[in-house]
Design a protein around this ligand. Structure first.
Ligand code: C5P
Length: 298
């Protein structure tokens, strides 16, 4: 087995086929409809994906070992052991195959962890895409979706990483092409507080506030909600400060929390307004994480 240092060298300057972006997931709206008997919640959510995210690089090896190194601004403190979702995804694909193919992987963690933008889920999905390609795995869409769901509720949607209406626990997916979303400027802002998805869901007040109309961006702005916002804000009051800042930015169309928080997003019509808001936030709140990106094509 090659030492990790050599493997890291292997991962530098790789051709595109060995690289995946683990696109950040944003819930434009997230309606929680019911608590299910299995403890999960029945949701309705419009998922969009940013053009930016974590980076995953990988090469196949023939010794059966999965070797993961982690770097990047949010890599510190993130374990590269068996409970890392990249490792879990690689292991799940290995057991599907029934043979021990190996890989050297490097995750560059650019998204804050436990932050409502699906970082770990996107990493798992990127691992499945990368290894299915480089190991040349034949797996049908249904089996891939089941394998993805075994890794986490958001992982099935992250496999395609395009705009989708997501229902059930996260496994019922309908691709949506909503006018005005593709390439729309979006800011992602996190106040530096990690929030546990399980705890936020468990604190939902069990009031069903109604179905989602995801037929247009306007409908999502006017009638859409994030039903986890109140509970997340009670745990992390900084979320309120982020939302207030984003809502006061010039040219903002919508500011809302994503997922179980604490990351919030703001949609703009004009990229210049998004850039100005990002510059002002970085100046006024240097401790906050700010990512200026666009919504991926449907
Ligand atoms: O599926 P995943 O492991 O990512 O979910 C983390 C936690 O979030 C779950 O253990 C559950 O408590 C909560 N959750 C939920 N309903 C969902 C998705 C997640 O209650 N639809």
């Amino acid at each position: 087995m090659q030492p990790p240092e050599v493997r890291r060298d292997l991962l530098d300057a790789l051709p595109d086929e060995h690289i995946e972006t683990a696109y950040a997931k944003i819930n434009l709206a997230l309606h929680v409809r019911a608590r299910r008997a299995d403890g999960y919640h029945a949701i309705e959510s419009l998922f969009v994906f940013a053009e930016d995210g974590d980076w995953l690089a990988g090469v196949p090896t023939d010794d059966g070992a999965i070797d993961l190194t982690i770097d990047g601004p949010f890599g510190e403190g993130l374990g590269a052991g068996q409970d890392n979702l990249v490792m879990q995804a690689a292991r799940a694909l290995q057991s599907y195959l029934g043979e021990q193919r190996g890989a050297a992987l490097r995750l560059t963690k650019r998204l804050p962890v436990a932050s409502g933008i699906g970082g770990g889920s996107a990493d798992a999905a990127a691992t499945l895409r990368l290894l299915a390609r480089t190991w040349d795995v034949r797996i049908d869409a249904k089996e891939l979706a089941a394998l993805a769901l075994s890794l986490g509720s958001d992982v099935p949607a992250c496999v395609a990483s395009v705009t989708q209406l997501v229902r059930g626990r996260g496994e019922l997916l309908e691709m949506r092409d909503i006018e005005g979303l593709t390439r729309r400027p979006i800011l992602l802002v996190n106040p530096g507080v990690a929030v546990s998805t399980g705890i936020v869901f468990a604190g939902w007040d069990r009031i069903d506030r109604g179905a989602m109309d995801a037929t247009s961006l306007d409908a999502l702005i006017v009638g859409g909600r994030n039903d986890l916002e109140a509970r997340a804000m009670a745990l992390a009051p900084e979320i309120g400060a982020v939302l207030a800042k984003l809502r006061s930015a010039a040219g903002v169309r919508l500011a809302r929390m994503s997922g179980s928080g604490a990351t919030c997003f703001a949609l703009f019509d004009d990229p210049k307004d998004a850039a100005r808001a990002a510059t002002a936030l970085r100046r006024d709140r240097p401790a906050w994480w700010v990512m200026e990106t666009r919504i991926r094509a449907a």
